[in-house]
Design a binder for this molecule. Structure first.
Ligand SMILES: Nc1ncnc2c1ncn2[C@@H]1O[C@H](COP(=O)(O)O)[C@@H](O)[C@H]1OP(=O)(O)O
Ligand SMILES: [Mg+2]
Ligand SMILES: [Mg+2]
Ligand SMILES: [Mg+2]
Length: 352
């Protein structure tokens, strides 16, 4: 039997839960000058920075020897022009860290009343996410807000955490504060956490950690399938997905959603396939954008690969290397989508 990673799972769920409470409360108070534009033109908010500070602080207390591959770094907060943002981030992170202990949480993880951290400690916590990745040993990945553009629109986003050991994802946690608990029962409200442990299945629970429900991807036919895809056309090719849809005889429109919430929805039986093909050359997918989602799908009985059918390689560094896209689905649908992807690529080549 594979390791249960029981403590890692408990710590990861607690960290993601606290970060989700932070990001959802920050959204309602977000003001214009609390968002920066990074070197690659993508947005980053006080929510991204403070959520990474919270998760990294908790990991550092619980697993001090484990390196972290995190999306954000504190460079822009350490300069004079970042002072206002920095103060706000320190306040938000400390609010989230010092909230009352919930069932399953432990004060040794640096959380609970009286556990305020200094500005220096929290900036260092953000910067602990600078690990370069690689194929050996334990490491955590943090995407404090995945789908920042969705977050800013008030739509879907996800707080994402994974544990990778020797290039294999072992634990994945995805918190989706804006996602309906059950799309067919709006009265159940919104806010879910998806959790997977290698060899021990995938589950969905409420943001409070209640009602854990095992997840299994059901079977789909062409008439019940619809692709899950990015809202942002720059992140994955919508037109290529349309072509693959036609080849498969899919009649439903795609479901557009930001972030790894797509993996969560796929794992619980929505859509039936997630297809993410590059829109151009040059962009390399980041490991924190796929590691938690990949284990969630595999533990829900599905398959995740690139468009050649090869598994995603989480041992290459901070990225997945050359971008061959991502295909995720239940086993049978995965095979059919891969075949159609290859056919669509061949058609595109013959027209070129
Ligand atoms: N050109 C690109 N191709 C694919 N993904 C991208 C690209 N640019 C940014 N991303 C990343 O896509 C993720 C969101 O995916 P989705 O569109 O499915 O919600 C984000 O992590 C975002 O990174 P970043 O966090 O740097 O903005
Ligand atoms: Mg991301
Ligand atoms: Mg992010
Ligand atoms: Mg980002």
């Amino acid at each position: 039997m594979s390791l249960t990673f029981a403590t890692e799972k408990q710590v990861a769920v607690a960290a993601v839960r606290r970060a989700c409470l932070l990001t959802s409360s920050v959204f309602n108070k977000l003001v214009k000058n609390e968002t920066l534009t990074k070197g690659d033109k993508s947005p980053v908010t006080v929510g991204d920075y403070s959520a990474q500070a919270v998760i990294s602080t908790i990991l550092q207390h619980a697993f001090p020897a484990d390196p972290i591959v995190g999306e954000e770094d504190a460079a822009d907060l350490r300069v004079d022009s970042g002072a206002n943002l920095r103060d706000r981030i320190i306040t938000l992170a400390n609010e989230a860290l010092t909230g009352e202990l919930e069932l399953g949480e432990n004060s040794e993880w640096g959380i609970g009343p009286g556990q305020e951290k200094t500005a220096a400690e929290l900036l260092d916590a953000i910067d602990r996410g600078n690990h370069s990745g690689g194929s050996t040993g334990r490491m955590w990945t943090i995407d404090p807000i995945d789908g920042t553009k969705g977050f800013l629109r008030g739509e879907q986003y996800a707080v994402c955490l994974s544990l990778i050991v020797n290039a294999q994802v072992q634990v994945g946690v995805i918190g989706c504060p804006n996602l309906p608990v059950n799309p067919e029962k709006p009265e159940f409200g919104q806010g879910c956490i998806f959790v997977a442990v290698r060899g021990h299945g995938a589950e969905q629970m409420s943001l409070s950690g209640a009602h854990p429900t095992p997840l299994r991807i059901p079977a789909f036919t062409s008439s019940t399938l619809s692709f899950l895809e990015s809202v942002e056309a720059a992140h994955s090719s919508h037109s290529f997905n349309d072509q693959v849809s036609s080849l498969l005889g899919i009649t439903h429109s795609p479901i557009r959603m930001d972030s790894q919430a797509k993996y969560g929805c796929l794992a619980r039986g929505e859509g039936g396939a997630y297809l993410r093909m590059p829109t151009g050359v040059g962009y390399q997918e980041k490991i924190w954008d796929h590691a938690p989602g990949a284990i969630l799908i595999e533990e829900a009985g599905g398959v995740v690969s690139d468009s050649r059918g090869d598994p995603l390689n989480f041992g290459l560094g901070r990225t997945l290397g050359e971008n061959y896209g991502v295909v995720a689905a239940g086993k049978d649908v995965h095979r059919r989508v891969l075949d159609a992807v290859q056919k669509a690529r061949a058609e595109a080549k013959s027209k070129a």
